[in-house]
Design a protein around this ligand. Sequence first.
Ligand SMILES: Cc1cc2nc3c(=O)[nH]c(=O)nc-3n(C[C@H](O)[C@H](O)[C@H](O)COP(=O)(O)OP(=O)(O)OC[C@H]3O[C@@H](n4cnc5c(N)ncnc54)[C@H](O)[C@@H]3O)c2cc1C
Length: 531
Amino acid sequence: MDVFKTDILIIGSGIAGLSLALKLKDLGEITILTKKRAFETSTSLAQGGIACVMGDNDSFEFHIQDTLTVGDGICKKEVVEMVVKSAPERIKDLINWGVKFDKDPENPKKFHLTLEGGHSRRRILHVGDYTGRAIENTLIERALEVENIKILENFLVVKLITEDLFKPSKILGAFVLDLIHVKPVIFLAKVVVLCTGGAGKVYLYTSNPDTATGDGIALAYQAGCRIANMEFVQFHPTCLYHPKAKNFLISEALRGEGAVLLNAEGKRFMHKYDPVKKELAPRDVVTRAIDMELKKTGAECVYLDISHLPSDYIRKRFPYIYETCLKYGIDITSQPIPVVPAAHYLCGGIYTNIWGQTDISNLFAIGECACTGLHGGNRLASNSLLEALCFSHQASLKIKKMWNELKELKFKQPLIKETAVKEIKEEKVFISHNWDLIRKIMWDFAGIVRSLKMLEFAIKRIEFIKNEIKENWPGIYLDLDTMELKSITIVAELIVRSALQRLESRGTHYLIEYPFKKEKYQKDTIIFKNF
Ligand SMILES: Cc1cc2nc3c(=O)[nH]c(=O)nc-3n(C[C@H](O)[C@H](O)[C@H](O)COP(=O)(O)OP(=O)(O)OC[C@H]3O[C@@H](n4cnc5c(N)ncnc54)[C@H](O)[C@@H]3O)c2cc1C
């Protein structure tokens, strides 16, 4: 089996992985592995923008307070302060790398700042309504210019290699499937960084791309890392509802600019759920309100209406959303947009400290796969691109500091034999069927509004699928869908088990039997490793 050595192995080519690579470019050889094409990331899909205090009437204190309020009492304050206060420097990094944020048309010396739910001030920098694509493309361009950075596409990481397989120890590298040449390979590195993104694909309806199967969380869990706060799954209130549209998000920024929600009868309803903030209430409030309206009326969707604003303004401010909706026959300048909620962001993940370090030496986790303590029970809109940037900076400082002490790798070959990798023999329908089952179970029983009965029901079904996988497809298979099925099954189980442990309603986690917050709460629901 081919064994490749690199100094730093980064798994994932979104904002977390790419920005870290650029920060570490002078340290040694960096390899970025990505399981599809480099741009196929959640980062590319981000529309709204990135939060940073810049406005005259804004302050760090306001941004900190907004983050803590939305996080619903369980954010780590020191992390929130670090992220909010370092945001202006991290935005400068993006600008220096070449990202061109929109300027204020009335004052071109300043950036245009938009407003999103949960924010008390305008503080979202953006590039039209395709901020993520602008960031992703720019970072890929910069990374490709650096000789030390290699981006390898279609390499699926399926196992972390650690010094001691039976307790959290030191990372040595990763076991990887080269999906183009259909063969396993090993990458060895002094430092490994998981930047594998979220896990929206665990749910039937999601705004996430196909890559978001929670692989990094499953890998870290299996290697012995603590996983925290998995019960906190954020559902975005407004994804386009159209039979042909897959995962298309209608950005919160529309509501920030004045769009209103209407039920099937064409009536506004948000005042019933949050009389003060209405459409600009935090995401979980808006999501549950829509869920409630749908259940009450039996309708399949609600509507988001921005058509009262001037057409020219709408087309200029939201070109991507305008064009995409038009493709589906909806002219947003004159018609309301049919929308439904969908799984959007995982607040929990691999438990890290303020430097992005996990329980395994020299293994870091950054971006959506990590649980740093910034989001607590719910994520404030546009804080996640920022979190990824701030933590890649933090991790880069730590890695630089420890670099001289990192020894040359000694690796007893082979920890995994090539023959351990199998091919799927039977029809793939067994795999795709289980994929659909997991996603439906999670949507129906561990979604926006949960009950203990539903969660117990979900766990029994997930366990059944888990055992079936163990019996029929043990070990590593040279097949993306099979390995991703294993990831979503592990992540689904972690979400449901965490939800069963939190006997209260907090942040995005709403439990019918316990509709209120506990006064004495657990800070994190930590699921310990699997051994
Ligand atoms: C539609 C949408 C809109 C959003 N809008 C905003 C917004 O406006 N503002 C904001 O702050 N946040 C937004 N978010 C959230 C934000 O985009 C993500 O949280 C963030 O981009 C995650 O970045 P990341 O680098 O952690 O992961 P991603 O950008 O998702 O990158 C993950 C990478 O890991 C790779 N990978 C995964 N598993 C493996 C494996 N096993 N082997 C190899 N490679 C692997 C993937 O191929 C991919 O390259 C939005 C998200 C979505 C989906």
